[in-house]
Design a protein around this ligand. Structure first.
Ligand code: PGA
Length: 254
């Protein structure tokens, strides 16, 4: 993460359960590979559905991530895929604790914690998602929700991993896929709160160096503001990452 002393911005594409054919996936990858300027200022991570991974080679242009992993390495867990298997396939990153999984798949903070620990053990970097719902925000509970998700999610994680291998993605649930986004001030205060929690759990240095990225309705128009005005160290891009030329424009902004 600190190659040549430069801390690159981390731009993650979360394709979710899209696109429905390999042909479309291949088209996106082709456009991204041809379009993005390779730069030490940016690290691009593409997280496609598992099926497409063997046909996608990142190489110099980008790294590959998965959108979920199971917490055991192998065993009688029908339908699951482990961090160990992901690593075998050349995967370097795993999105863990995305709100859609918390919502639709019943993922709890305890499960998220097991997955984070398993990913780290297998040298897969977790992109650990936290975020509040609209209701929680309206009730002024956002800070408590985020603090709690971080404390529980990171239980048992040694400090050495935090700066080197872990990324926290602040993704307000109300901003995902809605076109609504927080202000730069809102994002900055949430990042400050995240660093306070990390300082309490670990120490100030760890907190200051931990990469925090933003996700939720990122597009090629607002991407620069999240990084330059709100001070985010990267972006988690959902919908806009399926529009290959828009994703290329986002990456090339940095
Ligand atoms: P969005 O999704 O960019 O479509 O809002 C972001 C995410 O859920 O990671």
């Amino acid at each position: 993460m600190f190659e040549n002393g430069i801390k690159p911005k981390i731009i993650v594409a979360n394709w979710k359960m899209n696109p429905v054919s390999f042909k479309e996936a291949d088209n996106i990858i082709r456009t991204v590979k041809n379009g993005i300027k390779i730069s030490e200022n940016v690290k691009v991570v593409i997280c496609p559905p598992y099926f497409y991974i063997p046909n996608i080679k990142g190489g110099k242009s980008f790294d590959i991530g998965v959108q979920n992993i199971f917490w055991e390495d192998s065993g009688a867990y029908t339908g699951e895929i482990s961090a160990k298997m992901a690593k075998e396939m050349g995967v370097g990153y795993a999105i863990i604790g995305h709100s859609e999984r918390r919502m639709h798949l019943g993922e709890t903070d305890a499960i998220v914690n097991l997955k984070i620990n398993s990913a780290l053990k297998n040298n897969v970097k977790p992109i650990f998602c936290v975020g509040e719902s609209q209701k929680e925000r309206d009730e002024d509970k956002a800070g408590d929700i985020i603090s709690n998700e971080i404390e529980k999610g990171l239980a048992g994680v040694p400090s050495g991993y935090l700066v080197k291998d872990l990324i926290i993605a602040y993704e307000p649930i109300w901003a995902i896929g809605t076109g609504n986004t927080p202000t730069s001030d809102d994002i900055m205060s949430m990042a400050l709160l995240i660093r306070k929690v990390i300082t309490k759990l670990y120490d100030r240095k760890t907190a200051d160096n931990l990469p925090i990225i933003y996700g939720g309705s990122v597009n090629d128009k607002n991407a620069t503001d999240f990084v330059e005005k709100a001070g985010m160290e990267g972006l988690l891009v959902g919908g806009a990452s399926l529009n290959a030329s828009e994703f290329v424009r986002i990456v090339n902004l940095f």
